[in-house]
Design a protein around this ligand. Structure first.
Ligand code: MG
Length: 337
């Protein structure tokens, strides 16, 4: 099978600030396998680079592993060489797209899913100074769910951002600390934030602080917004470590390595009684749409990573004020614009 890999620099309409830093552009790598397409989202705070993805996509081991029958999706995925998660995700998504096109059906349809069960997606607001943040909330006040990035520098500033959002919109609110708090800070701020009736709180603690997650589970009041692990959970193995500590997980293709692993994670999290959220990186609609095909299986969707991108070469899942409309074309259903 013919494989092509090409870097893609996405430019953002407005700089995006989170606890890990500020970005005005983000790197992706588009991977094409025959007429299937996938994307690797390169995230500044994870280790994989554009060159790593291109080296993986162009490796002879990958070419040898694919075979010549696009209907044999599981076999192809079983044979993929090891490599960084974003690179494997791009190949996994391209193979799913190719499989769906070969069979003539959209992925959600091949999986037997009801697109009407996809939850509304949140829209993410980056960290900003208070006046600027108030203005940003006003611009999107009519969206149904807003996700507020925290880790703004102090707990008071974090709470102020949530308070401002509450004053300016009737939307459901949720927050993402992006690993910014210590255990003691999380214990102090979470009950304060709970008074704003949050849908969930994402990644309060540092990525590897498993002991901290357990402390939160035992020391927080029983009634608190669900705590969702993002940076702390990359693949299904990580879910087992957090069982009984985190209330839910945030699945992203760039972390777990693709749609097949994402589906395993959903099944495992459900077995353990955990909530499931589907997220994305700042990425082309190729990646956001791929994740979108799984949205009917999850509790929360945060699939807005393509909305502020100025130069996305593809169009896929439509977004209508947080309502996700899955494509009906075969495979991913994305088209080059
Ligand atoms: Mg997050």
């Amino acid at each position: 099978m013919k494989i092509k890999a090409e870097p893609l620099t996405l430019s953002l309409r407005t700089p995006f600030r989170i606890a890990h830093g500020t970005s005005t552009t983000r790197q992706n790598v588009l991977v094409r396998i025959e007429d299937g397409v996938g994307v690797a989202a390169i995230v500044p705070y994870y280790a994989t680079t554009v060159d790593d993805v291109i080296a993986y996509a162009r490796s002879p081991q990958l070419a040898e592993s694919l075979g010549d029958d696009p209907a044999m999706l599981e076999d192809m995925l079983d044979r993929l060489p090891p490599g960084p998660a974003p690179a494997r995700a791009a190949v996994d998504v391209a193979l799913h797209d190719l499989w769906g096109k070969h069979l003539g059906m959209a992925l959600w349809r091949l999986w037997g899913l009801n697109p009407g069960r996809a939850p509304l997606s949140s829209y993410t607001l980056g960290i900003a100074e208070e006046n600027e943040f108030r203005q940003k909330v006003r611009e999107v006040h009519d969206l149904p769910i807003l996700k507020i990035k925290l880790g703004a520098g102090s707990l008071d500033r974090d709470e102020a951002l949530v308070r401002i959002a509450r004053q300016e919109t009737a939307a459901r609110l949720c927050v993402d600390a992006n690993a910014a708090w210590t255990v003691e800070e999380a214990l102090a701020i979470i009950p304060r934030l709970a008074t704003y009736d949050l849908l969930f709180i994402e990644q309060p603690l540092a990525q590897h602080d498993l002991d901290g997650w357990r402390q939160l589970a035992s020391r927080l009041p029983a009634e608190h917004p669900p705590l969702i692990a993002d940076e702390s959970v990359h693949d299904a193995q990580d879910i087992l470590k957090l069982a009984g500590a985190a209330d839910g997980i945030n699945i992203k293709l760039a972390k777990c390595g693709g749609l097949r692993e994402a589906r395993r994670m959903i099944a495992l999290a459900r077995t353990l009684g955990m909530k499931v959220m589907l997220g994305c990186m700042v990425e082309s609609s190729v990646g956001v749409t791929a994740a979108g095909h799984l949205a009917p299986l999850v509790d929360y969707a945060d699939l807005d990573g393509n909305l502020t991108v100025d130069n996305d070469p593809y169009q896929g899942m439509r977004w209508d004020k947080g309502k996700l409309e899955l494509p009906i074309l075969p495979g991913l259903g994305v088209v080059r614009q």
